[in-house]
Design a binder for this molecule. Structure first.
Ligand SMILES: Cc1cc2nc3c(=O)[nH]c(=O)nc-3n(C[C@H](O)[C@H](O)[C@H](O)COP(=O)(O)O)c2cc1C
Length: 335
């Protein structure tokens, strides 16, 4: 029924402003949540990751739930986990609009949101409230980012500031993991934190104050896999408890870019990212060898692609753009 409604309204929705549609649909879905037929993931077989019981390997990637409400409808649609955020120390407005575009022909989104978020204090307040009410079968993770104005040398302080707030609250024990996002292309210089020396120090600092495992989210734009491998090794030496590969790409030559978007900038996500996503997943698994969880993100454009990543060895799979283009039964179809 929901999928039918989605198919019927998709042509109209896709003609409207993507950011407005996202906000409106999210609000509608939250209101409709009590009436949504529950996929009942809690009746499925569970498996343990990060010392927590998960009931589905497919989750919602960071950036979908920027205000950290971890809405129940996502779990009712069959997602096993939601990664809320990314949150920064202070609230941020993000970049001026338009900052999100769809390219339906290529099943692509390009965004330069720039971490619009309510900040860790309000964001954690929102999420904390949800965690107190939530079915324990529903897993929630939180993603942290660096503030736009924070100079790179002080970046670690931003993550530690957020982690200190979480550490001071017993409810943070309910988070499955905490992601440090060092790979968004829309915060100037953020990706420099990925270089081997920087990431090792950053992860060490975060691990030393974090109440939950620190998971590092990498970009798909390393100039070589060798450089990626060095950064991955460094993150693991620093004590990373998991890896997410990958964030969006700045390589817009993956598609014939419409004239109007030539100077748009931002990160590209969706179907054309699939082969790169698989490549980074394969490379990561060679190093991690089952010792820590690996989460595959980037170009999971269909339930079949999600299954493919799981069969390759991903412990969890995250989706954002594919969910927008495929519709509400995405997770149920994977499950
Ligand atoms: C509009 C938008 C906002 C995003 N915001 C964040 C964010 O705040 N933090 C983050 O780690 N990733 C963010 N991402 C990246 C996604 O989490 C995901 O890694 C990326 O889109 C690739 O997956 P996909 O091809 O399934 O969309 C965002 C993506 C989009 C499209």
């Amino acid at each position: 029924m929901l999928q039918k409604a989605y198919k019927l309204t998709k042509p109209l929705l896709f003609r409207l402003n993507p950011e407005r549609v996202h906000g409106a649909v999210d609000l509608l879905m939250r209101m409709a949540s009590p009436f949504i037929r529950d996929a009942q993931i809690y009746n499925r077989d569970s498996f343990v990751l990060f010392d927590r019981k998960f009931y589905s390997r497919v989750g919602v990637a960071a950036g979908f739930d920027k205000f950290a409400h971890a809405p129940e409808y996502l779990y009712k649609l069959g997602f096993g986990f939601v990664e809320s955020g990314s949150l920064t120390p202070k609230p941020q407005k993000g970049n001026p609009r338009p900052r999100l575009v769809r390219i339906p022909k290529n099943e692509v989104l390009i965004n330069k949101m720039g971490f619009n978020n309510p900040g860790i204090i309000q964001g954690w307040k929102n999420l904390r409230k949800r965690l107190t009410q939530m079915n324990p079968a529903y897993q929630t993770a939180l993603s942290l980012g660096k503030g736009k104005e924070t100079p790179l040398e002080k970046a670690a302080d931003d993550y530690v500031f957020c982690l200190d707030i979480l550490r001071g609250d017993i409810m943070s024990e309910h988070l499955s993991y905490i992601a440090i996002n060092v790979s968004s292309p829309n915060t100037p210089h953020l990706r420099l934190l990925q270089n081997a020396k920087a990431i090792r120090t950053l992860v060490e600092k975060c691990v030393s104050v974090s109440p939950r495992p620190i998971v590092v989210k990498f970009s798909p734009d390393f100039t070589s896999l060798k450089l990626y491998k060095e950064s991955l090794d460094a993150a693991l030496e620093g004590g990373a408890g998991g890896v997410i590969v990958t964030n969006t790409t700045t390589n817009h030559s993956l598609i014939p870019l419409p004239e109007r978007l030539q100077n748009f900038g931002g990160g590209l996500s969706g179907k054309p990212l699939a082969s790169i996503g698989r490549m980074y997943l394969k490379e990561t698994l060679k190093t991690t060898r089952g010792k820590i969880p690996v989460i595959s993100s980037g170009g999971v454009f269909s339930p079949e692609e999600a299954r493919r990543r799981i069969e390759m060895g991903a412990d969890l799979v995250q989706v954002y753009t594919g969910f927008i283009f495929y519709g509400p039964t995405f997770a149920k179809d994977v499950n």
